[in-house]
Ligand binder design. Structure first.
Ligand code: CAA
Length: 242
């Protein structure tokens, strides 16, 4: 589990946080013993956005020259499934980091939003794209143009969030879900993640072809041999060896 911890700034995402979080995730991602990753924040905030105080002094040449925020793309390159466990504020970059994860489990206290417009900017870590793909144009426009916050129930109805749980159960639920995923064959889990992600990158016809190729590939894995023989033998499969 990776925990965002800048309590005095509601976990605002400055460059140091970006470096530390992406390095931590990369370390877990390359560990063959890790089958799923949870990223979480605090009870009050998953993250209240990119660090406004860090950004306030920057000009065009600075953000353009540094390719500001591009470092966060490392999260999307991780192959291991990532769960965002969100309580409290997930605003701006906080919402965007949650959406870079493979699924969001939300506490009933979670509040999502893209309030950048209230600061005179727009989302810069993928919010206008991933939110629109997740919830559709109507709600994405609503959030990006008004800057309003969306509660956990609305976020679940809209398709942004996989599950909403009482705040007290958030970490247990996220860790249990991660353990379930980690109990699958890791290669197959990576393949399943790739197949779902293909839906966002390609046409339906191409996506279905991609899925079928990946499906055929599962027949070369130990996971397929173990999963199917365990079913026939009426025993629990023992994955995790590929
Ligand atoms: N950046 C820097 N500092 C932040 C911050 C942020 N995004 N969000 C909160 N903080 C700091 C506050 O400045 C405050 O610090 P001080 O005590 O030193 O004054 C501390 O965290 C606590 O915040 P508040 O006193 O404001 O707490 P609150 O409970 O009254 O309000 C809030 C909570 C509604 C989330 C409010 O803090 C807020 O509106 N934060 C900014 C949200 C925002 O606009 N996020 C988008 C940022 S832009 C972005 O993310 C760009 C992008 O596309 C990636």
């Amino acid at each position: 589990m990776v925990t965002l911890h800048r309590p005095k700034a509601l976990n605002a995402l400055n460059s140091t946080v970006m470096r530390e979080v992406t390095a931590a995730v990369a370390g877990l991602d390359t560990d063959p013993g890790i089958g799923a990753i949870v990223i979480t924040g605090s009870e009050k905030a998953f993250a209240a956005g990119a660090d406004i105080k860090e950004m306030a002094e920057l000009g065009f040449a600075d953000v353009h020259g540094q390719e500001f925020f591009a470092g966060w793309d490392a999260l999307v390159r991780a192959r291991t499934p990532i769960i965002a466990a969100v309580a409290g504020y997930a605003l701006g970059g906080g919402c965007e980091v949650a959406m870079m994860c493979d699924m969001i489990i939300a506490a009933d206290t979670a509040k999502f939003g893209q309030p950048e417009i209230t600061l005179g900017v727009i989302p810069g870590m993928g919010g206008s794209q991933r939110l629109t793909r997740a919830v559709g144009k109507a709600k994405a426009m609503d959030l990006c143009l008004t800057g309003r916050q969306m509660g956990a129930e609305e976020a679940e109805r809209a398709g942004l969030v996989a599950r909403v749980v009482p705040a007290a159960d958030l970490l247990d639920t996220a860790m249990a879900t991660a353990a379930t995923i980690a109990g699958m064959a890791k290669t197959t889990a990576i393949m399943a993640k790739d197949a779902v992600n293909a839906a966002f990158e390609t046409t339906l016809t191409q996506g279905v072809k991609t899925e079928r190729r990946i499906f055929y590939s599962t027949f070369a894995t130990a996971g397929q041999a173990e999963g199917m023989s365990a079913f026939i033998a009426k025993r629990k499969p023992e994955f995790n060896k590929g």
